[in-house]
Design a protein around this ligand. Structure first.
Ligand code: ANZ
Ligand code: ZN
Length: 872
């Protein structure tokens, strides 16, 4: 037995034993296991520090629960479809499949090197047909449930490659906050964008939307968007695309957030903002006439949505989006309108300014009867509210900008409440809108003049037929079509006679054909794939060549882990009823919106289809913070990645867990890493010396009791910290116990049973975070059995009384320190021993160390005087 801790060798050995004994495999008969899940990785290269932190957290918690006696489900898989693999295939002489499989092999090896305790018998890989066939099957079930739509959407188009491009394939701009990019986003490339998006949203929705819009108008000039392959400027095209109608669940997804008590508030707030529930009103404006060709001369109407219906008195125009029915109708008779609509369609969603075109139509203000000009304007978004606004330049920033650009009147109808009811003299409505609350100032409307804005806002819907309470959501339907190869084929056939026909269940999976290099979407090039027969009429038909967004794969993968080999259903419905929810889900906060919203949506949809008996998938969510290096996020693109190999797996995970609370960002410092390394060396040396060299004694002494009590207290404290995911505090407690044990042994021959228990406790408490070391220590001390299968230690006593006493003593320590200082114990080491909180043992240790009688009595006296008498 060497006293040096050879971490590489120790790791390898225990990993071998764990695998040999299948210790992490969960029996299918397990009753209600604890489900601990880390977000599975994209197979886009190698693991980075974020992954390792993520999985160190789930692994520590899974191991802790296992020692607590739970059956634990702790699986791992691969989010294997997606753009990076396809890009890699174009860049290298490879194909997405081989590249992905190579990544998986490498990443799996990295995970195994880290010693994470996964049930590898449940491994899933989303790019394999036995997984993605269930994407197709679920697509069909959602379709039958009315949750799938086929609709025109505007996409990026490269005229040279003659292909549609995902936003991430358009260069010169990152996938950003715009609606379109959020939908068409390609996970890997847009993760950064999502992250910043997420935090912005968290901070202040209204402000960030404003910023977004002004940013958009700044960027309106010039088209710097080019194709990633041929650098041709990219245009826009309207194509029929598949959507999941997640908006059907907008209200429920919003409301449900209130019940997710164990989700971080930040994530819930981000989701609330993303869903963007807004209460307001729908106001109907009559419109006349439609055109001067006499057509549509009858009065028609436009509904607008407003969060501030009380400002209707100040509306000076109405504007509709370029995609609005009225815009299309007006375009037919008006070339200027038609031209404008066409240019807006050509440009990207981030190129919107405050341009627009006036039409011949007039809208009638339902409250004042005033006739207002009707504009078609790019800043009015198609799919927000009703796609139409009443323009109130005096009280809305965007309307103000539009009015300034088009010379429209700015009519104030609302004044802030000044102390003496005098309008604020600083209010200059020419330069900015007043968007706050206040009192209406509309002398020609005596019924409302002088009333508070909030009051009028509530009254109007009750008092006018043209105004109704309404709620809108910012959430858009989920566009799942991707015009690219490396994804799940959408199981649809297009037939000239029958329309789009779903591929029958018995013909699933629609397998991805072999990869071919081409300028466009490889699936378009495969005649044998594309050309097919209609399942309904048997005539010639064309297979859908779009594939699914990879976020579909990850929306239900947590269910596949329950029964990964099932071949007649995506998951075992009974087992799902028993094993769900995911008890703890850990992942990066870049997924706060899309992924975490999609799994909530899927869970609800599956419940409505009758496959699940619950509507929320995850009980507790841990949103892990970022590992920083020199103040920056540690990432391969920044070239500041420290790989775990440099320090050994165990040191890396122990450091990652002990550095900070899982949800906190922290700085990677060589010093602290060294600290984690040293702790292992120290503990290892203590155990080695104990089992090989130490002379122990059998008779008990006073300070043994103190040590025993401290062991119990540490067990209780560490248990509590593990329960709350405060691994960093657990590590501190463990470190303290190790220090105490070392001191104990330095000053006296250790009491055999007590010291052994102390060391065994260290091994057990450390095992969730440093499992290899845990096994090694356990094995040295006991000779058999695995700590991973051991019971979590229990305190021998009720530690609450002891803790109370300890706290009391701690408060007296400062007094003791003074007295001891006066007593001039010259050896600083000794002084420290006396003044530390564990004074009782240390005083005894001083005595036992054969200190002079004189000093011992000084210390005794100091203690007697300092500790209140009523304590006894
Ligand atoms: C008139 C009004 C007056 C509005 C006022 C606000 C203040 P925010 O402002 O972000 O909370 N809106 C409605 N549909 C829209 C569309 N399709 N495209 C662009 N803007 C649209 O969002 C609510 C406001 O956004 C709505 O309330 C509407 O302007 C505008 F003093 O109506 B408001
Ligand atoms: Zn047909």
């Amino acid at each position: 037995m060497t006293s040096h801790y050879d971490h590489a060798q120790v790791q390898e050995f225990w990993q071998y034993v764990w695998e040999r004994d299948d210790v992490y495999e969960l029996d299918d008969d397990a009753v209600d296991p604890t489900y601990v899940l880390g977000m599975f990785p994209y197979t886009s290269g190698e693991l980075h520090m974020g992954h390792i932190r993520n999985y160190a957290i789930t692994d520590a918690y899974a191991r802790y629960r296992r020692m607590q006696g739970d059956d634990v489900l702790h699986p791992m898989g691969w989010d294997a479809f997606g753009l990076p693999a396809e890009n890699a295939a174009y860049e290298r002489a490879s194909d997405p499949e081989s590249w992905t499989q190579a990544c998986i092999r490498r990443m799996r090896e990295e995970l195994e090197t880290m010693g994470f305790g996964y049930d590898w018998s449940r491994e899933i890989t989303t790019c394999e047909p036995d997984y993605y066939r269930w994407n197709q099957w679920l697509f069909k079930r959602l379709y039958e449930e009315g949750l799938v739509e086929y609709e025109a959407a505007t996409v990026n188009w490269c005229p040279d490659c003659e292909t549609v491009l995902a936003d991430a394939q358009v260069e010169g701009r990152e996938a950003e906050r715009s609606e379109a990019s959020e939908r068409a986003s390609d996970e890997a490339a847009s993760r950064e964008a999502e992250r910043s998006e997420a935090s912005e949203r968290a901070s202040d929705e209204a402000a960030s939307r404003e910023a977004e819009r002004s940013e958009a108008s700044e960027r309106a000039s010039g088209n710097d968007r080019v194709c990633w392959r041929c650098e041709t400027p990219v245009g826009r095209r309207e194509l029929d695309q598949w959507f999941f109608t997640i908006t059907d669940y907008a209200e429920e997804l919003y409301e449900g957030l209130d019940d997710l008590a164990e989700w971080p508030d930040g994530v819930r707030e981000i989701q609330r903002n993303w869903i963007g529930r807004q209460e307001g009103a729908r106001l109907t404006f009559d419109v006349e006439p439609i055109g001067d060709d006499g057509r549509g001369n009858g009065t028609t109407a436009v509904d607008v949505f407003s969060t501030r219906p009380e400002t209707v008195f100040g509306a000076t125009y109405v504007a509709v989006s370029p995609g609005h029915d009225l815009a299309r109708e007006l375009a037919e008779a008006d070339d200027a309108v038609a031209d404008y609509v066409a240019t807006v369609r050509e440009r990207g969603p981030d190129e919107v300014g405050f341009d627009g075109v006036e039409t011949d139509a007039r809208a009638v203000n339902p409250l004042t009867g005033e006739e207002l000009p009707v504009y078609v304007a790019g800043y009015v978004l198609d799919d927000v509210g009703t796609g139409a606004v009443m323009g109130v330049p005096a009280h809305n920033d965007r309307d103000h900008a539009f009015a300034r650009e088009h010379g429209l009147p700015i009519e104030s109808v609302l004044v802030p409440e000044a102390a003496d009811d005098v309008p604020d003299p600083d209010l200059d409505l020419e330069s900015a809108a007043y968007t706050g609350e206040g009192r209406l100032s509309i002398p020609d409307q005596p019924a409302y003049d002088g009333l508070e804005s909030a009051t009028v806002r509530e009254q109007l819907p009750d008092e006018h037929d043209a105004i109704e309470d309404d709620v809108t959501y910012r959430l858009r339907d989920w566009l799942i079509s991707r015009q690219r190869y490396w994804g799940t084929p959408i199981p649809v056939v297009h037939c000239d006679d029958c329309g789009h026909v779903l591929v029958p269940d018995e013909d699933l999976p629609v397998e991805l054909p072999e990869f071919v290099r081409t300028t466009g979407n490889p699936l378009e090039e495969h005649d044998t794939f594309r050309e097919t027969t209609c399942p309904e009429c048997g005539g010639p038909a064309r297979r859908e060549t779009d594939t699914m967004d990879t976020f579909v794969d990850s929306s239900w993968y947590f269910l596949r882990f329950l029964s990964p080999d099932l071949d007649d259903a995506p998951f075992d419905v009974d087992r799902a009823a028993e094993w769900l929810p995911v008890d703890v889900y850990v992942g990066g906060d870049e997924h706060a919106v899309l992924h975490l919203l999609y799994i909530r949506f899927f869970t609800r949809a599956l419940a409505d289809i009758g496959l699940l008996d619950r509507r929320e998938p995850v009980e507790k969510l841990v949103s892990q913070g970022t590992v920083l290096y020199d103040g920056e996020k540690m990432s391969s693109s920044k070239g500041n990645v420290v790989t775990p190999q440099e320090y050994g797996a165990e040191t890396t995970r122990l450091f990652l867990l002990s550095a900070a609370h899982p949800e906190q960002d922290f700085e990677w410092t060589a010093n602290d890493v060294r600290g984690a390394y040293d702790l292992q060396q120290t503990v290892h040396r203590m155990v080695t010396e104990f089992v090989t060299e130490d002379e122990t004694r059998v008779e008990r002494r006073d300070h043994d009791d103190y040590l025993a009590a401290e062991i119990d207290r540490t067990i209780a404290a560490v248990t509590d910290e593990y329960e709350r995911f405060r691994f960093h505090r657990a590590a501190t407690e463990i470190r303290e116990l190790a220090r105490l044990l070392r001191r104990y042994r330095e000053f006296d021959r250790p009491h055999e049973a007590t010291y052994r228990r102390g060391l065994l406790t260290l091994a057990a408490l450390l095992a969730p975070m440093a499992p290899h070391l845990g096994e090694e220590l356990w094995n040295k001390l006991r000779g058999d059995g695995l700590v991973v299968e051991a019971d979590w230690p229990d305190p021998d006593r009720d530690v609450t009384a002891y803790e109370r006493e300890r706290r009391l003593i701690e408060t007296t320590v400062d007094d003791v320190r003074d007295i001891v200082d006066v007593a001039a114990i010259d050896d600083p080491e000794r002084i420290e021993l006396v003044v530390a909180p564990d004074w009782k043992y240390r005083v005894a240790a001083l005595r036992a160390a054969d200190e002079s009688e004189e000093r011992a009595s000084i210390v005794d006296r100091a203690v007697d005087e300092a500790v209140p008498v009523d304590r006894e």
